[in-house]
Design a protein around this ligand. Sequence first.
Ligand code: UDX
Ligand code: ADP
Length: 462
Amino acid sequence: MIKNICCIGAGYVGGPTMAIIAQKCPNIKVTVVDLNESRIQAWNDADVNNIPIYEPGLSEIVREARGRNLFFSTDVDKAIDEAEMIFISVNTPTKTYGIGKGMAADLKYIELCARQIARVSKSNKIVVEKSTLPVRTASAIKSILDHTGNGVQFQILSNPEFLAEGTAVEDLLAPDRVLIGGDSSQEGQKAINQLVNIYVNWVPNERILTTNVWSSELSKLTANAFLAQRVSSINAMSELCEKTGADVNEVAKAIGMDSRIGSKFLKSSVGFGGSCFQKDILNLVYIAKSYGLDEVADYWEQVIIMNDHQKRRFAKNIVKTLYNTVSEKKIAFLGWAFKKDTNDTRESAAIFVADDLLAEQAIIAVYDPKVKKEQIYIDLNYLETRSEQQNSKGLVVFDDPYEACKDVHAIAILTEWEEFKTYNWQNIYDQMQKPAFIFDGRNVLNKKELEEIGFVYQAIGS
Ligand code: UDX
Ligand code: ADP
């Protein structure tokens, strides 16, 4: 029985996943470690509302388990040394340099982890890949561990995480499936069973799927590629709907009732964001290309091309509708996160729409209920399209939505936060420049109600 777990990486995956394991397995000591001191400090903040990741229900779980059997620390070596099972949950961003730049996953953080595990370990360990990784990464990790270690035995498992941000706690508590890939040898099977024994504490047996390592790694990439493909498919239809007078919501409902298609993940939007979809598809494209499978690569790349187009055409449409110029015009952005119920902004459509509108000299007023002001500037500055001074002049962040919308020519909805539906839209209308436009990039507001007030309302796909 495993008694001591270490998780390297206290991010959006490692943090919530380990909190649930600790909650459900009070007899296992779970230590989450990270190099980022301020992140660990925030996880240890006396006020659980200050933990670095916003996820509905997460702070309550952290309150229950922290200090009992859940610990957050920067002492990576000590946690590795003590653990029988080590989860690797570090980030694997798209490479920004060298071979595979802009496509392949950057595995330098994973490799550093593997080398550290090899250096520190004095007893046999099970190493679990949690981060999404290209197929066959496990063999690279194994090679590092076996050749640089102190003669101790390592078993490598792939246990990809399927949680979606904003619903992480729900997804972890009641997963559709838990996938565990391992070696077919006796030791491999034993390691798989040890991980299965952790999950059976709350996941029904029939939902725990075991496979070989490569199937597990590829399944994760495939799941994300299929999900992203659905969004790009409905978004492709949204443009056609706008031209033909069809309504994308009606089309989505009609096709979703076909049980073979299903109703989920058919919401047209300004484009998908998040840390996974784009990265994983680019990764898939890169792998396919590296095996010479050009048609396979091109097929999946189209999902990204469509998504980029959707973000760009949203911005273009704003400019066109506002009489072909937004220069010096104020436009409010409601929402900056890549989806509701998260403070994560990675690859959020809002960043790219803002960038395009700033290029047209618009002035942008942003309000998001959970994203911090500093993060918004970090996101924009990261693009390096213009200087930091220019960005802070062109974009202003508000902590009150009514203030953000004051005097603006248009409002763009970039995230589907529920609270937007509850606003006093009459009040907002009264304080805006006329005609008052709303560009709903998430199909969240009520067209009829807003048009009755006097807004010119346009939603994606209708
Ligand atoms: C995704 C996968 O769902 C999850 O299984 C995996 O572990 C990580 O990647 P996440 O990125 O957190 O999760 O959120 P998800 O709900 O999948 O949304 C991704 C993006 O697609 C968001 O920007 C969302 O707004 C967009 N989306 C989703 C749509 O535009 N329309 C939809 O119908 C669904
Ligand atoms: P994800 O969404 O995959 O969880 P995040 O970026 O939120 O990604 O979290 C990954 C975390 O991993 C970061 O907090 C980062 O500091 C941490 N990390 C990266 N490399 C290492 C390492 N070698 N040792 C410890 N922590 C690391």
